[in-house]
Design a protein around this ligand. Structure first.
Ligand code: SF4
Ligand code: SF4
Length: 168
């Protein structure tokens, strides 16, 4: 009987409509309506999409205020990476006391975006930036290094121009 009544009176449908109506009225009749935009969805891809602050995108080598790579080649990130996605060759630079990477290679297709590398770096020299559009046409373009032709590890990638790169 209960089941039969449920089919006659679509309560779930009514509940859904009530909820939609509630939100609609809140937007339409709110005193701040004139001040706030009616669009409550992101206009992606016309407007670059912002992700949550802790979003983990592509690995990026960070630079200091003097535009110098912060990394001192301690190798902690390489040891912490469970997929061996990072490799580097340490080098020296005149006038710099600490080591500097001669090459820093990151294989995007191996990365599982776990963030262990970033956590392990006590120098805050790397970050997972806010880029989420990481598709490429060739597998080679997923090998990202210093001064890369297509993507460079110390710059946000040109792919993903519609995603917001919060950490540059
Ligand atoms: S996010 Fe994880 S998988 Fe990707 S490079 Fe860092 S440690 Fe390796
Ligand atoms: S842990 Fe940080 S400083 Fe050490 S090699 Fe990795 S990026 Fe460079």
């Amino acid at each position: 009987m209960k089941k039969f009544l449920k089919t006659l009176i679509p309560t779930e449908l009514a509940k859904g409509l009530l909820l939609t109506g509630k939100w609609f009225c809140q937007v339409m009749f709110s005193p701040n309506r004139g001040k706030s935009k009616l669009h409550i969805v992101d206009e992606y891809p016309e407007v670059p999409a912002k992700v949550q602050p802790r979003f983990r995108g592509r690995l990026q080598l960070l630079k200091d205020a003097q535009d110098e790579i912060i990394c001192v080649c301690c190798m902690a990130c390489i040891k912490a990476c469970p997929t061996n996605a990072i490799s580097l060759v340490a080098g020296k630079k005149e006038g710099r006391k600490t080591r500097i990477p001669e090459s820093y290679d990151f294989e995007l297709e191996r990365c599982i975006f776990c963030g262990f590398c970033v956590e392990s770096c006590t120098f805050n020299a790397i970050a997972l930036n806010h880029q989420f559009e990481l598709a490429v046409y060739n597998r080679e373009d997923m090998a990202i290094g210093l001064g890369g032709v297509f993507q460079s590890i110390d710059k946000p990638s040109p792919v993903g121009k519609f995603s917001y790169s919060g950490k540059e």
